[in-house]
Ligand binder design. Structure first.
Ligand code: MN
Ligand code: MN
Length: 466
């Protein structure tokens, strides 16, 4: 028996906006879909901890789904399923639709597959006081102290003088050794702990322990270093000089895990931004569309989208132009008609640090993927700031497809800020808005997201492709 609502109550229900917790509104089948989708995502997280590995993963999944490699100049026709690889570090997976792209444009989901980490310097190896170390240079915005005293894996490539490439991935199998960055014991940490947290650990203290066994020969110095070099030589056929042309990174060694008794959440390294890249990838790989749809998985977002693999590189614009050419369309018309979801994470409201958030406009965990009309800092500086018209259009797509979503700002107006690839897509004359999963402890070695938000992000991309 339901009590009759008052006129005010009825009116309130009709007129007021309230965001929904996706778990609260999902039925049993939807909850199962949320949990099932998370399993595939966790596999991706464990297989792809660097942009190179994410690129390889995307390509092998694409091949499994019948996608074939695209190169500039290739012919294209409706129904084609293609992937385009840029230097092994970024990949664009796309489907050619049946609609005229001069009128319909491209539907682009742009996400990134690089994540904050500890890169190894070019001349890294030395020994001191019973330990061999790699010197490092961190990549992306990290709190340096968080990367000490945790198990680290080493991932990357070593390019030899003759061009041969050796791939290295140590620390992911339970049988593998892992690596380590030292921290100071609290007993001697008085001075350290009284200082600024940004200086608890300095960049030059982020040295990774890589060995401790002296080479068995009384005649040589730097015996531990030599022992490590001998092992590297045996396993990879390299000498110290080969590290000059290597790209090695230390990343957290642990796998993705469910968090909480109810398993509603996922803890993992590098949710930012693989939590958007995976839904973008699977949305395009697993679903047909009458639109021409692209999932862009790019590199270097964490350091400003620079270089030949970052989104500022002309290669992505060239690819879009090549698609237009191959379909006999005017590229300027195609761009003008295109739409883009810049898919990157945002901060989830954290009640433990409430003072930096504005709860009405923060993303709430499990309330769905979050749309940021604008990002940036201070007075929206460096922001894309999407048109209300485009926000309205995307909102309608979500409403028609029952997507649980929310709007978000990163934090309080003057608390800080951040940017995404959105502004670079917008520069191409493509309507763009940010949409992505809310994250707790963003850029920490282990970040937290809600399974519900991951699935909501996937459903949002499906709606965008419809
Ligand atoms: Mn990101
Ligand atoms: Mn980031």
């Amino acid at each position: 028996m339901s009590e009759k609502k008052s006129k005010g109550q009825e009116l309130q229900k009709e007129l007021s906006y309230k965001k929904r917790n996706y778990y609260e509104t999902a039925d049993k089948a939807e909850k199962k879909a949320i949990f099932d989708y998370a399993e595939g995502y966790k596999n991706f997280l464990d297989a792809a901890k660097t942009e190179r590995e994410a690129c390889d993963f995307a390509v092998s999944l694409a091949k499994e789904r019948g996608f074939t490699e695209y190169c500039f100049g290739d012919a294209l026709t409706a129904g084609d399923k293609k992937y385009f690889v840029n230097r092994g570090k970024s990949v664009v997976v796309f489907r050619v639709g049946t609609k005229n792209i001069e009128e319909d444009g491209l539907r682009i989901i742009a996400s990134h597959i690089d994540a904050p980490r500890i890169d190894i310097k070019q001349n890294p190896l030395y020994e001191d006081s019973g330990m061999a170390f790699f010197k490092t240079h961190y990549y992306g915005g990290i709190k340096k102290y968080q990367w000490t005293a945790i198990p680290l894996a080493l991932h990357g490539v070593i390019v030899l003088k003759d061009g041969t490439k050796r791939t290295l991935r140590v620390g992911e199998s339970p049988k593998d050794p892992v690596f380590y960055i030292n921290d100071l014991l609290p007993h001697l940490g008085g001075e350290q702990m009284s200082g600024n947290a940004g200086k608890l650990i300095q960049g030059e203290q982020l040295n990774v322990v890589v060995g401790g066994m002296p080479y068995d020969d009384k005649e040589v110095s730097d015996k531990i270093k030599l022992g490590v070099l001998a092992l590297l030589n045996k396993q990879y056929g390299i000498c110290e000089e080969d590290l000059l042309s290597a790209e090695l990174s230390a990343v957290p060694a642990y796998p993705a895990r469910d968090i909480g008794f109810d398993r509603a959440l996922i803890g993992a390294y590098g949710h930012d931004d693989r939590v958007c890249a995976y839904p973008a990838l699977t949305a395009v790989l697993d679903n047909e569309s009458e639109h021409t749809v692209l999932a862009m998985l790019v590199d270097k977002e964490e350091i400003g989208s620079e270089g030949t693999t970052g989104i500022q590189c002309k290669v992505y614009e060239d690819l879009m132009e090549e698609i237009a050419l191959a379909l006999g369309a005017n590229f300027r018309k195609v761009r003008a008609a295109s739409k883009c979801l810049s898919s990157d994470v945002t901060a989830a409201y954290d009640p433990n640090f409430a003072s930096v958030y504005e709860p009405m406009n923060s993303a709430m965990l499990s309330c769905g993927t979050a749309m940021c009309k604008f990002t940036g800092a201070r007075g929206k500086s460096g922001s894309n700031d999407a048109n209300a018209e485009f926000v309205g259009e995307v909102r309608r797509m979500f409403a028609e497809n029952d997507v649980v979503w929310q709007t978000a700002e990163l934090g309080k107006v003057d608390a800080g800020g951040g940017g995404t690839v959105a502004k670079f897509m917008a520069q191409l004359n493509i309507d763009t808005v940010d949409l992505g999963v809310p994250v707790i402890s963003m850029h920490a070695p282990w970040e937290l997201v809600s399974k519900a938000d991951v699935y909501s992000n996937y459903k949002a991309f499906l709606a965008f492709m419809k």
